[in-house]
Design a protein around this ligand. Structure first.
Ligand code: GSH
Length: 224
């Protein structure tokens, strides 16, 4: 098999790449990396010294591709399927890329800051950083909600009427953000969007595969 995805089934950015692969039934080999295992960690860092997954290795083209958005761009160019995750039209493509960046940087990043802080040892928590991250996350969610309201809740997907890379990014970002700031409370249209994303067969499959690991997500009571 030509494509290998280095990943972990719980990792938000790996969900994003997996969704893209499943959307187009692209054949690939999933290579699960357990970073808590010294041997696996060393092997992964030898491949990609930054040590963040997902990383896609394309044996046929001799190409190693890190970064979830770049993996999706790569798949769209070299292994296209019937779902065009990056639209042809440059303006539509720019909108998709903007939404993708938005979900990564303003939803997924602060969400990860809050959740990974829960894994830190006692006495090593970053309370100030977590409070900042929660504020950032709330601002992003408020903006997403306002945009759905502006569209009278009629916009189906992240960047418009067509499913795209923006939705690949939004799926794990909102799924895990919901562990930090429950969406139903003040973001009902965003909660409805998350439900649509979770019902999409590609993400439903990712979540099914992640289910055996979900108990590892730290679910402390949400701070006020
Ligand atoms: N910008 C990267 C972010 C990747 C990332 O943060 N991956 C996390 C998992 S979701 C990771 O590898 N964490 C392991 C670590 O930081 O040690 C992307 O889009 O792929």
């Amino acid at each position: 098999m030509s494509l290998t995805l280095y990943m972990h089934p719980l990792a938000a950015y790996c969900h994003k790449a997996l969704i893209a692969l499943y959307e187009n039934n692209t054949p690939f080999h999933p290579h699960l990396v357990d970073l808590s295992d010294d041997t696996q960690r060393a092997a992964f860092y030898a491949l990609w010294p930054i040590g963040k997954f997902p990383v896609l290795n394309d044996q046929t083209r001799g190409c190693m591709v890190p970064e979830s958005s770049i993996i999706i761009e790569y798949l769209a160019r070299h292994y296209p399927g019937k779902v065009a995750l990056i639209p042809e039209h440059p303006d539509a493509a720019r909108e998709v890329r903007f939404r993708d960046r938005f979900y990564d940087q303003y939803v997924a990043e602060p969400m990860q800051k809050v959740i990974t802080d829960r894994l830190r040892p006692e006495g090593q928590h970053d309370h100030y950083g977590v409070a900042q991250a929660r504020d950032k996350l709330r601002s992003a969610l408020d903006l997403i909600e306002r945009e759905f309201e502006r569209d009278d809740g009629e916009r189906l997907w992240g960047a418009g009427e067509h499913y795209s890379m923006a939705d690949c990014a939004a799926s794990p970002a909102l799924f895990y953000a919901n562990f930090v700031i429950p969406l139903e409370d003040e973001h009902p249209l965003t909660a409805a969007y998350l439900l649509r994303l979770m019902q999409r067969p590609s993400y439903a499959r990712v979540l099914r595969e992640a289910a055996p690991y979900m108990h590892m997500v730290p679910s402390e009571p949400v701070e006020a």
